[in-house]
Design a protein around this ligand. Structure first.
Ligand code: 6PG
Length: 465
């Protein structure tokens, strides 16, 4: 029997798709799932690819079916299950056998697992949903470079590619890959929320039908906003519910789910003191969305917030421009968070390479990312919003963002992510802010002291006796 080149544990949606992708790229793979029936179904559905798949019944069988040194991908739910799986697997392995966690792990857990010293370990962030996993995801690698190099030929072969370059990149030690995946998801949350907000202007302000809104997104997807998320938003808005014949979107409950990666990003950004207000606003918006009963009560008490907006008050062009500005600002925040983590965690996270690995395969892939990669490669690159091309785009679009947020708020349409993006933009172009008042207050009540504008040595105000 041929020994498989790689193993995979966990045949859920993502695991099964990844295993088929690996087999499809010519690699022999051995798989194991806790429930054997799932393994049987998986092999039965694999068609001609089944010849490259070894279905195993026990962990021991999985291990013995692999070529040495072994490499085994875990595709199990993040958290304790990963630890339990490692604990069950490690005793069966040789010292140089490699375990690869490809789930959405919290990067602190990946740091801990990598530091455990019980054997080679990689944590890889895999983005692209089921279709990506099956036909080419974006892969953000973390762990020892030498361990990555061992499996890079497989990971690069199964990844999406952009201009012939695979979107699978080693980004740093230990949890670096999972950290970058978390920031990816934070940007994903903000991008999705901003799209939902302009959808709100069109639905509640303009009174547009879902299909018309779908056309707008489809149209925008031909321009600067071209991206996976705008593309699928167009398709979601255009779809009809087969059960009722009504627009599918109108039949979906307005409470967003979340598995927690956006929340992790927001929490970590606070620890790092890196401002990502648009991403935080998007996490808050998901939490608010789930409070359906309270929102209904609020509407009864205060009247429904959204009021009609005429098409002269906000044009579709202005909406598009607002979204362009918002998108640049939310990606800029995400990249700045990654820059902040470099120093805090001692990772040399390569910003241009990260932009490149996101150009294809992942959920936030977008036409803008190639330009972002170029801008971030400039050795003097600072915040993306200051990079030449993006500064030009912001100069051309920030007035529309302000207009949309202002008119929207006058008409009761909540735009937390877009307005946070705008506040970030304004704060980041205000040389003299208002924190002097905060410092005065802190000194008044707590003698905390302040720096003086004239460089003088007196650190307290006259209120400190
Ligand atoms: C991806 C996605 C994916 C994520 C889902 C659900 O990059 O493919 O980020 O990893 O798990 O999008 O995330 P939420 O449940 O948190 O929305």
């Amino acid at each position: 029997m041929t020994e498989a080149q790689i193993g995979l544990i966990g045949l859920g949606t993502m695991g099964a798709a990844l295993a088929l992708n690996i087999a499809d790229n010519g690699f022999d793979i051995a798989v194991w799932n806790r429930t054997a029936a799932k393994t049987d179904d998986f092999v039965a559905d694999a068609g001609p690819l089944a010849t490259r798949i070894t279905a195993t019944r026990t962990l021991e069988e999985l291990v013995s079916s692999l070529a040495q040194p072994r490499a085994i991908i875990l595709m199990v739910p993040a958290g304790d299950i990963v630890d339990k799986q490692i604990a069950a697997l490690r005793p069966l392995l040789a010292p140089d056998d490699l375990i690869i966690d490809a789930g959405n792990a919290l990067f602190h857990d990946t740091n801990r697992r990598a530091a455990a010293g019980d054997g080679p370990f990689l944590g890889i962030g895999v983005s692209g949903g089921e279709e990506g996993a099956r036909f080419g995801p974006s892969i953000m690698g973390g762990g020892d470079r030498a361990h990555w190099d061992r499996v890079a030929p497989i990971l690069e072969a199964i990844a999406a590619s952009y201009g012939g370059q695979p979107c699978a990149t080693w980004l740093g030690d230990a949890g670096a890959g999972h950290f970058v995946k978390a920031v990816h998801n934070g940007i994903e949350y903000a991008d999705m929320q901003m799209i939902a907000e302009v959808y709100g202007v069109m639905r509640d302000g303009f009174g547009m039908a879902a299909a018309e809104i779908g056309d707008v997104f489809e149209n925008w997807n031909q321009g600067p906003l071209e991206s996976y998320l705008i593309g699928i938003s167009g398709k979601v808005a255009a779809a009809t519910d087969t059960a009722t014949g009504r627009p599918m979107l109108d039949m979906i409950v307005d409470a967003a789910g979340q598995k927690g990666t956006g929340r992790w990003t927001a929490i970590e950004a606070q620890h790092l003191a890196t401002p990502i207000p648009a991403i935080e606003a998007a996490v808050v918006a998901r939490n608010l969305s789930s409070r359906r009963d309270e929102r209904a009560l609020g509407e009864k008490l205060f009247g429904a917030a959204p009021q009609p907006i005429s098409r002269d008050e906000i044009t579709l062009d202005q909406l598009e421009q607002a979204l362009i500005a918002g998108k640049i600002l939310c990606y800029a925040q995400g990249f700045e968070m990654i820059r902040g983590a470099q120093e805090a965690f001692g990772w040399a996270l390569p910003l241009p390479e990260i932009a490149k690995v996101w150009r294809a395969g992942c959920i936030i892939r977008s036409a803008m990312l190639n330009d972002m990669a170029r801008a971030l490669a400039d050795p003097s690159a600072q915040n993306l919003m200051f990079a030449d091309g993006f500064a030009d785009q912001l100069r051309g679009t920030h007035a529309a963002l302000r207009h949309v947020v202002a008119v929207g708020s006058l008409h009761g349409i909540a735009m937390p992510a877009l307005s946070s993006g705008l506040a970030y933009f304004d704060a980041m172009r205000t040389a003299r802010g208002t924190a002097n008042m905060i410092q005065g207050q802190r000194d008044y009540f707590g003698r905390h002291g302040f720096e003086r504008m004239d460089g003088g040595s007196d650190k307290h105000g006259p209120w400190v006796g």
